[in-house]
Structure formats: structure tokens, C-alpha cells
Write a protein that binds this ligand. Sequence first.
Ligand SMILES: Cc1ncc(COP(=O)(O)O)c(C=O)c1O
Length: 369
Amino acid sequence: MIRLTIPSIDERDLEAVREVLESGYLVQGPRVAEFEGLIADYVGTEHAVAVANCTAALHLALLAADVGPGDRVAVTTYSWPATANVIALCGAEPVFVDIEPVTYNMDPEMLREVLQHTTVKAILPVHAFGGLADMPRILELADQQGVPVIEDAACALGTELAGRRAGAWGTMACFSFHPRKAITTGEGGVITTSDAALARRLRILRNHGQDPDAPAPDFVAPGYNLRLTEFQAALGSAQMAKLDRIVENRRCRAAVYDRLLQGSALRAPGVLADSRHVYQSYAALLPQDAAPQRATIIAGLKAAGIETTIGTYHMPLTTYFRSQGDFAPGDFPVTDDVAARAISLPLYEDLAMDQQVLVIDTVGEMLAR
Ligand SMILES: Cc1ncc(COP(=O)(O)O)c(C=O)c1O
């Protein structure tokens, strides 16, 4: 089976985890602090706050930005549902913004229109599949409104534009270390920020409301327990040492797919001009007339030994958000099209070129049928 993804785990990762397990010191401590330091240095922010997963990171970021009942948050339409769920979990309302057809990211023109008639507390763009959203234009609009931008950078560790990395654009940014991401801690997440007051609030919220700066335990707010463990952090630090290698290998394989797709019926994903995409997923588009058969194509590929999946989710059309906003097909036409056509192809470090050729040939055969 050509798998959709395989995490890059080697002996050094296993050794790092073993060492922590043998130490008996398992919950948030010096290894978490070390991992946070590596992430902040890499992303280019003053602070990084590690948490249990990216959903928790997004939730805490919104809480730290004082998003609560009655507030609205502008958010992209096309993402893993956690992106909009956390807004609802804060008691706030997601205001969905349609995407660009090529990058699958929040369309700044649509955002501008939304902001003309809606007051929002924050803007939550996603760097879909590891490709940077149009941050220069989104930040310009956010600055005009005087609202913070929280980047959902779950898939985008290493993504950059003009030397500025994903995570260093917004007021806060959230990353995931789920096994489908470039580096993994099993479950895991982190929030990056250069605002010391926000970092402190995040540290309080993730650890039972405990003051992170007090010499003796003191509890200064109601908080959650969303800590990362020491063995996850040790794995994360070991993985960070090979992040650039992993990303470069993924980018090479994405470039091979780009070449193979030239002249084929599948459309390759686009990239924001001059930006560095990290290809957490390689999400191509099927021809429009094949979209209704996508499930059959995915099943046929699986039968042929090739694991693929859809792109991600049309959040306004999920049962929950549809019930909340009375959304229907046609409200977000670009998302309607991309969400129906996207197919994620196998992509991991050791994927061989002849396997990539087989993937594209087999998709071509399915389409011809
Ligand atoms: C864009 C996006 N945001 C948020 C999440 C949630 O991340 P986690 O699984 O770490 O909670 C994901 C997960 O894949 C994601 O793709």
C-alpha cells in the first residue's frame, strides 16, 4: 500500500522518548521549555507556549484575545472543523469568508467585503495544507479595523514569505504536531506570539490557572489542564532537528507531482507568489465533471493499493454550522467547488518517484473510466 503519509520517526526519536520515560519525570517541565524555545527561535517570535494539541491552542488563543459570547470572528470556510469549532466553543459566532480558488486560502477581497458590514473581534485565517494565506493583505485589513489576527498554522511549520515564517505574522499563531504534520509529537500543539502579556495568559490558561511567574503555587484564574508531556516535548525537539530536511523532501516530491500533472486532467495546487509551501498535504483538484465520483475514485485507488483522501471540510456545510447559520450550497461558491473536487495524494519523505508516477497514472486510468 502506498500510504497517504508516514511520520519520519527514527532511532534518535525513540531514544529521546525512552530517556524521558526512564527519568520518571513525565509532565510539563524542562523538556517542554526546551521545545518551546526551539519553536520560538525557528518561527521568529519571542514566545512559544506548548499545549496538548492545536485545537487547544486555537481555543486558548481566542480566550487570550478575549473572544467571548456575542463576539464575531472572521474565519475561512475551508478547514478542519476545529478551526471554526473553537469560535463556537468560546460562545462567539464564526463569520465565514470564502477562499481563493488556487491557494484554497481566505480570499482577502471577500474579507474586505465582510468587514464592511460586520464588526469582528478577531480574524482567523488558515494556511491551508501548508501554503501561506495572503498575510500582507489580511494584516492590512486587520490593522484598519484594529483587530488581532490569529493564524491557524496547524499545517504550516516552515511556511514563509519574504523570510517571514508562518506564525510570525499574526498576534498569535497555532501549530499542530498531529502525525499528519511535517513533525509530530503524536498529539501536540503550540501557540507562538511576541506579546509577553498574551504568552503569560496562555500559560495560565493551559495549567489550571496557575501563575507561571509566582515562586510558590498561586492560582490567579480558572484554567484548563492542556499541558504537553515531557516525552512528547522530547520527541518534538528531536523532530525539530530534521524539520528542514523533511520539508525539503516534501517540497521535492510536490514538485514531482506538479510536473506529472502538467497536461493531465488533475489540477495542481497553487502557491501564493514568492512564498514557500511546505505541503502538509498535496491537494490537487479533480476535473469538475469527476467530482461526483470522488468517493468511488478514492475507493478504487485504495483497491489498487494507493491511499488518498479528500482535501478538507466545507465548514459552513457541516451539519452543525449549517444548523447555526442556515448556510446552503451557493453561499460560498469557490469553497463549494474546491471542497467537492480536492483529493489529497500520498506524500511523505521516502515516497519514491516511481510510486508517484504510479499514483498519477492510476488516477488517470480511473478518470478515463
Ligand atoms: C487547519 C487545522 N486546524 C486545526 C487542526 C487541529 O489540530 P489538532 O489535531 O492538533 O487539534 C487541524 C488538524 O489537522 C488542522 O488541519
